[in-house]
Design a binder for this molecule. Structure first.
Ligand code: GBH
Length: 447
């Protein structure tokens, strides 16, 4: 037995994203996003699922907020559907869509839950994709204007802002690997987009400062850990490239004002050239108030020429896996956090996502998701170790409040601490919900 105890100031929360939970895809003047297009294109999403209804949170948010309140969370992280507010991405505001977010945020605050708002969690207005999407520099300006509008609307109500969720997924996963919308397979395109996303982030932060908005702003890169298979230099180098794909590529520009040279060279070797215009790095290199980190998994990597993008082969050494087949590697969480601190300093950090996919169903009104509780315990133990090592962790938000539309996996993968029946839309608290509730109210748990 070991007691894992957190500082009193630690804030606890849960996270979701608009397209994954809202539904109401065609209601109240919402425009289409690239995820509507993608999910309605046969063959893109498992079982042909889409987010038309999802958890129907657009209509059921009062019920969801009661579930959050009973859970005892301090913070709820949600995202705004950009095309619900600006159906064409720019120009005319959709008042009904905007009103929905006002009502929702007011309801959160009335219930004592602090809103943490992500401006971009992957649902780019289709109208902007039609003019080139994130590859077009005009989309950067459109994002800054949308961000500025939201800052003005919600100043004083929302005090925690996240510009982008997981820029790696938006660029490389969606445009090089092609698994997410818009589904391109082009390294040059993905590289260009990664730069444009960082510019969009920087521009939004600049608007935030200019308007003197109350509160804090950050962004939320995702990190995966890579452990070298051996102490051979070639294995270490391959893993460093894989780590830099997530960490340095998306953090050096923000914190140091430059891209890691060895990665620029590597991409060039693979045929993709980074083009930086005058002033770009200054735009990206803006102080932020906190860093969001999303962490799920880790790998063991070995050098293998020609394998994957980085001459790296993933070796399965028999890690335990979740129902998504992702490795469980909580040590990687500790290592990612301490690496960030060592390289960028003790910047305030919110864990904006961490959680596990387990598909346990409801039996006699109960969901016995013991493995999810184990996953959370292991990762919170790593988190506590990182705090003891000087990482400036302010809060932890689990992914996810409830089962939802899991992107390319549709409704087949469940990450919630609340079960959702996607036929009846009934919510059922899982065992992990009760465990998390108990842990939050105590501020500690027994490992
Ligand atoms: C997050 O992305 C998203 O922000 C969130 O919307 C989503 O619902 C949640 O995670 C759960 O998926 O196949 O073994 O190579 C997570 C980003 C990128 C993490 C892919 C795991 C690969 C695992 N993920 N990565 S593997």
């Amino acid at each position: 037995m070991a007691i894992i105890k957190f500082p009193k100031e630690m804030r606890w929360g849960a996270a979701t994203a608009a397209y994954q939970i809202e539904g109401a895809a065609k209601e109240d003047g919402r425009g289409l996003s690239i995820w509507d297009t993608f999910s309605h294109t046969p063959g893109k999403v498992l079982n042909g699922d889409n987010g038309d209804v999802a958890c129907d949170s657009y209509h059921r948010y009062h019920e969801d907020i009661q579930l959050m309140k009973e859970l005892g969370i301090d913070i709820y992280r949600f995202s705004i559907s950009w095309p619900r507010v600006f159906p064409a991405g720019t120009g005319e505001v959709n008042e009904k869509g905007l009103q929905y977010y006002h009502d929702f945020v007011d309801a959160l605050i009335e219930n004592g839950i602090e809103p943490m708002c992500t401006l971009y969690h992957w649902d780019l207005p289709q109208a902007l994709q039609d003019t080139g999407g994130w590859a077009n520099r005009e989309t950067i300006e459109a994002f800054a204007e949308y961000a500025e509008f939201m800052f003005q609307q919600f100043n004083g109500k929302i005090k925690k802002w996240i510009t982008l969720n997981e820029p790696w997924c938006v660029s490389f996963l969606s445009n090089y690997i092609g698994a997410h919308a818009p589904g391109n397979k082009d390294l040059q395109l993905a590289l260009t987009i990664s730069h444009h996303l960082l510019l969009a982030h920087g521009k939004a932060v600049a608007r935030f400062r200019k308007l003197d908005v109350e509160g804090e702003i950050g962004y939320a890169p995702n990190m995966e850990w890579y452990e070298p298979f051996s102490s051979k230099q070639e294995d270490i180098d391959a893993c460093n490239r894989a780590l830099a794909y997530f960490i340095e590529w998306f953090m050096d520009p923000v914190f140091k004002g430059s891209y890691p040279e060895f990665m620029v060279d590597w991409f060039k070797k693979k045929g993709a050239v980074l083009t930086i215009e005058d002033g770009d790095m200054e735009t990206i290199h803006q102080p932020i108030d906190f860093l969001g980190i999303n962490f799920y998994t880790g790998f063991v990597g070995r050098y293998k020429e020609g394998e994957d993008l980085f001459d790296l082969e993933r070796i399965d050494i028999g890690f335990e896996k979740t129902d998504f087949n992702w490795n469980i590697y909580p040590e990687g969480f500790y290592k990612a956090l301490t690496k960030v601190k060592d390289q960028y300093g003790a910047i305030p950090i919110y864990i904006t996502e961490n959680g596990a996919c387990y598909n346990d169903g409801v039996e006699n009104g109960r969901v016995k998701d013991t493995k999810r509780i184990d996953y959370l315990k292991q990762h919170l133990t790593s988190l506590k170790r990182s705090i003891d090592a000087g990482v400036n962790v302010k809060g932890y938000l689990t992914w996810s409040l409830m089962d939802n539309f899991e992107w390319a996996e549709g409704y087949d993968k469940r990450f919630g601490i609340i079960h959702v029946d996607f036929n009846t839309l009934e919510r059922t608290k899982k065992d992990s919900y009760y465990w998390y509730k108990h842990m939050i109210s105590n501020g500690w748990f027994d490992m």
